[in-house]
Ligand binder design. Sequence first.
Ligand code: IPE
Ligand code: IPE
Ligand code: MG
Length: 238
Amino acid sequence: MDKSRLPRHVAVIMDGNGRWAGLRGKERVYGHHEGAESVRACSEYAVETGIEYLSFFAFSEENWKRPEAEVTELMHLMAVSILNERPTFRKNNIRFVVIGNRSRLSDALNRDIDLAMEETSGNTGLTLVVFLSYSGKWDIEQAALKFAAAGAPAGRFGDYLATAGIPDPDLLIRTSGEQRISNFMLWQCAYTEFYFTDVLWPDFRKTEFRKALEEYASRERRFGKTGEQVTIETNGSK
Ligand code: IPE
Ligand code: IPE
Ligand code: MG
């Protein structure tokens, strides 16, 4: 892997847990548990390769509309995962961050999140971001309110988004064959490269992650310029 062509920030829309379980004649929740193992595997791989930011869309604002039993199970899985991963965060120097409309989460879960965030805030390795009860439109709305209250300082809108301080994603991966953004980071993905795969999230482990990174490395990002301009800049001459 050419390190100079590694994305700085990879974001993932983890999709297909329910279908993965269904194919095996199991309950959806079984797929969510296997999906949590993929989060672990991909985080490990990100640490190994030196990716700086890895974001996971774990639960959208719209996901609150799912059957209550599934929502409860997902929230429980989140709490358990945070508890279980704390030693790994320590060992791997991972900074753990949760972003989303946290007013909708239980007090107990919020306490677990705060604890893990405080405990890892000084870590300098991978920043692992979990988007929980998040939606891109919610983020833009809450940012707009704060931005207006601050007197709308020119060119600073991004500082009011929930992702302030985190660079925009370079690569967005979505599993399970769906090709949509489902209200994820709408503002932040303005120039993100998209990678779609039919692989279901519980099957997306290191080999699949590596494939996505290799595909990203082969792409040319232009940011509105011509291909020729980009080639000259990449080769270091003007
Ligand atoms: C992704 O898998 C996990 C969450 C959205 C919480 P799904 O639960 O959406 O699985 P499918 O799409 O029904 O297969
Ligand atoms: C997107 O998956 C949200 C998360 C991965 C948390 P969904 O499965 O909820 O998306 P839609 O509803 O199919 O677009
Ligand atoms: Mg889905």
